[in-house]
Design a protein around this ligand. Structure first.
Ligand code: FMN
Length: 330
């Protein structure tokens, strides 16, 4: 067992819910945890926001005890500020680990030398990692990277070694370059090279959509855990399906329509409770509802209806209309 990251052991293969800004909030994290996610990470949080004690930033740090083990993900390109911010976060919310974002491709973040920009600036990346590791010790610090800035500068194995040398205890690798954004396929060959390059656990990420896909990638690369993002947005039950496949070698069928609708309705109810304003909460759920609609019968019509929802009653009505007749009758 890894004493600082006890969810890694020779016999375990932890499943992480990927940090996703605007998606992996407290409610969604808990829904995924109930469905088998082992390790959770917050949406990325700006170190500058923490540093300036921004109220909105404080909200992103909120989590419940049932979510442990949970990491708070920080981004920023200033080592001193990152260290200071990490210390504040630890004092405020006591996460199980701090995760450093070296993968975000968004211009606004990259322009300030944050996220994937640091893949091009290894001295600053090392300085940020080292400063945070020292600032929060003995709390573990992990990192999430992409495989490089662009196809001409793929350097994830070297970056991972640098991170290991600074005391980073695990690294999650999204198998795309910054230039790729979310297009093209994740390059699992490079993820395998990272596993070869370091002795800390490597968590593989990118296009994991089912138990057989995770098993194949694990066998090919020797990753110590898997991180699932977009597939969980439409199918939060994917974690239990992957676990079932690992245990039995069989595919666990997805929940029936009635169970899926119950989950959607519960997600919406929890959002209303959290926001304290039904209209705002349901409007904020529209993008999430679009993701849930993937794979539903009549999904085009469903998406059109979801574009206009603003109340729980409307969600209930749509659920009723779109449930298979035999299931709606139960
Ligand atoms: C809407 C969205 C928001 C994301 N936000 C973050 C983030 O805050 N921090 C981060 O490290 N990665 C973020 N990512 C990247 C994911 O964590 C993950 O690396 C990527 O989606 C690839 O995994 P997947 O193929 O399983 O989705 C985000 C991805 C999406 C789709």
């Amino acid at each position: 067992m890894n004493s600082k990251l006890p969810w890694f052991s020779p016999s375990s293969f932890p499943l992480y819910l990927a940090p996703m800004a605007g998606v992996s909030d407290k409610i969604f994290r808990q829904l995924c945890k109930e469905r088998g996610a082992d390790v959770l990470v917050t949406e990325f949080v700006s170190s500058e926001g923490v540093f300036r004690r921004n109220e909105r930033t404080r909200e992103y740090l909120d989590f419940d005890e049932c979510e442990r083990p949970i990491g708070v993900q920080l981004f920023g390109g200033n080592a001193e500020h990152m260290a200071e911010a990490a210390k504040h976060v630890v004092d405020w919310v006591r996460p199980d680990f701090i995760d450093l974002n070296f993968g975000c491709p968004v211009n606004k973040v990259v322009a300030k030398n944050g996220g994937s920009a640091l893949l091009k600036d290894c001295p600053t990346l090392a300085a940020v990692a080292q400063a945070v590791v020292r600032a929060v010790a003995p709390l573990p610090v992990t990192a999430k990277i992409r495989i490089g800035w662009d196809t001409d500068s793929i350097n994830a194995p070297r970056v991972a070694r640098i991170l290991e040398d600074t005391g980073i205890l695990a690294v999650a690798v999204h198998g795309r370059t910054r230039d790729q954004g979310y297009s093209g396929a994740a390059d699992w060959g490079v993820i395998g090279e990272v596993v070869e390059a370091v002795s800390i656990p490597v968590v593989g990420n990118g296009d994991l959509t089912s138990g057989p896909v995770v098993a194949k990638r694990r066998a090919e690369t020797g990753i110590s855990g898997a991180m699932i993002g977009r597939a969980a947005m439409s199918s939060p039950w994917i974690f239990s399906q992957v676990k079932h496949y690992f245990l039995t070698g069989e595919h666990l069928v997805s929940p029936g329509l009635a169970e899926k609708w119950a989950l959607i309705q519960r997600h919406c109810q929890l959002a209303v409770q959290e926001w304290g304003c039904e209209d705002q909460a349901i409007r904020s759920m529209r993008a999430r509802l679009m993701a849930y609609s993937k794979g539903f019968p009549n999904s085009k019509m469903l998406r059109e209806k979801f574009q206009h929802v603003a109340t729980l009653a409307q969600i209930d009505e749509i659920a009723w209309q779109h449930m298979a007749p035999q299931e709606a009758a139960i």
